[in-house]
Design a protein around this ligand. Structure first.
Ligand SMILES: Nc1nc2c(c(=O)[nH]1)N[C@H]1C(S)=C(S)[C@@H](COP(=O)(O)O)O[C@H]1N2
Ligand SMILES: [Mo]
Length: 406
């Protein structure tokens, strides 16, 4: 990062050439003044993000995509949402990185270097859907605290690494194992040593699935820093909080993992539906597992205007946690009638699916296109915001876009 160099050495006037844009009124500031852009860092530059990504929070950094940015079959890094609970680790040295495997239910605790993980275990590549449990939170009423995600906290990139099941076989797991928990190298916002911003996990049956990876590559390159470099757990189809970034330790537990943000109200919903605004006791909250069926219209962008052409081509992606999406429909009459879309199978289990349709608009005017996916168990997305819950998780309401024919 060149930032440090400038903090120490450069005069403000010299920054103009580095930024590629004139610092207007530079002459008015003292030479020792550090411009904000270098105090905070520009998240688009720091993380290499697309200019249309939306920043929701800077401490910690949280950024989301917009529906039309998620049109690629495989989500590129620049359009992938960022969800951090703490501070991204700095000065990572991949050569000395270690992954420790321990816990009550491990037979032989071991520690592995990155090189060993790459050479000793077979590598697998899967395209995996990662959606934040709080995606869609902004629509709940009464509002829920937390990042006000709209619809852009989802990605489906290609992850390469070893199977967690192969690692668990190498250390051996005792018969009383029920859960694995991850620990990452990010720091708690309080900077208190030993305090984890987040340490979640998954039950053993999910840990043993073929597609559950300890990944060291994303989209054919080392994992970008914001997404977990150099090592990440990837458990597709579950709330993305289960997919630990910057992992340096996996614990095999003889009980449900009790790390940070596993208990209380975090990543949990009422076990039974509650009235909006209710207080729900911790004991009545259940851990979110597979994510619900959902879809996005990724083309066109909402607000599109068609001129003298009443044939509208629409497309998007659909996913359903652990399940496959079996049917995809659209409506242009506010949900009165629904029409089937073409739907392709996923590249592999837990990857999202492409859907397309050609829509004939009957006359000039304003339309809304609504999209609705149905999973293999026959469950469809609701047209309205579903079950209110205290933390605003699992909003899988139909996505809608506005279109005009003029
Ligand atoms: N170590 C660590 N892992 C983490 C998090 C975190 O803050 N620290 N955030 C989790 C949450 S809540 C989500 S939604 C995903 C976000 O992954 P992304 O930033 O790569 O999109 O990472 C998960 N893994
Ligand atoms: Mo999340």
């Amino acid at each position: 990062m060149k930032r440090r160099y400038f903090l120490k050495n450069a005069s403000l006037k010299a920054l103009s050439s580095y930024l590629g844009i004139k610092v207007v009124f530079a002459a008015n500031a003292s030479d020792s003044y550090v411009p904000l852009i270098f105090q905070q860092g520009d998240p688009y530059e720091l993380f290499g993000k697309h200019e249309e990504m939306v920043v929701l929070n800077d401490k910690p950094w949280n950024m989301e995509a917009q529906a039309h940015l998620l049109d690629d079959s495989v989500t590129p890094a620049e359009k992938m949402f960022i969800r951090n609970n703490g501070l991204i680790p700095e000065n990572i040295d991949a050569d000395s990185w270690q992954l420790a495997v321990d816990g009550e239910s491990v037979i032989s605790p071991k520690s592995y270097s990155l090189a060993t993980l790459k050479s000793r275990f077979k590598a697998y590549t899967y395209q995996l859907t990662l959606e934040c449990g709080g995606n869609g939170r902004s629509e709940f009423n009464p509002p829920a605290k937390g990042n006000q995600w709209t619809i852009g906290a989802v990605s489906c990139s290609e992850w390469k690494g070893l199977r967690l099941s192969d690692l668990l076989e190498d250390v051996g797991i005792k018969s009383d194992a029920v859960y694995i928990g991850y620990y990452g190298a990010d720091r708690h916002l309080s900077l208190q040593p030993g305090k984890n911003p987040i340490s979640r996990g998954i039950p053993i049956h999910k840990a043993l699935q073929e597609e559950t990876l300890i990944a060291y590559e994303m989209n054919g390159a080392p994992i970008p820093l914001a997404h977990g470099y150099p090592l990440r757990l990837v458990a597709g189809g579950w709330p993305a909080s289960a997919s630990g970034k910057w992992i340096n330790r996996i614990s095999i537990r003889n009980k449900v993992h009790d790390g940070a943000k596993m208990g209380g109200q975090s990543y949990r919903v009422p076990c039974n539906p509650v009235a909006p605004g209710s207080k729900v006791e911790d004991k009545d909250m259940c851990i979110i597992e597979s994510m619900p069926v959902k879809s996005l219209i990724t083309f066109p962008k909402s607000g599109a205007v068609l001129r003298n052409n009443n044939l509208l081509n629409i497309r998007g992606h659909a996913w359903a946690g652990e399940l496959e999406v079996k049917k995809m429909h659209y409506s242009i009459d506010f949900g009165a009638t629904w029409h089937e879309c073409a739907l392709t199978p996923p590249k592999n289990r837990l990857a999202w699916q492409r859907w397309t349709a050609s829509v004939e608009l009957p006359e000039k005017g304003y339309y809304e296109v609504w999209a609705r996916a149905t999973d293999e168990n026959g469950r469809s997305q609701p047209t309205l915001v579903p079950g209110w819950n205290p933390k605003g998780y699992l909003n899988n309401a139909c996505h809608r876009i506005a279109v005009k024919l003029v």
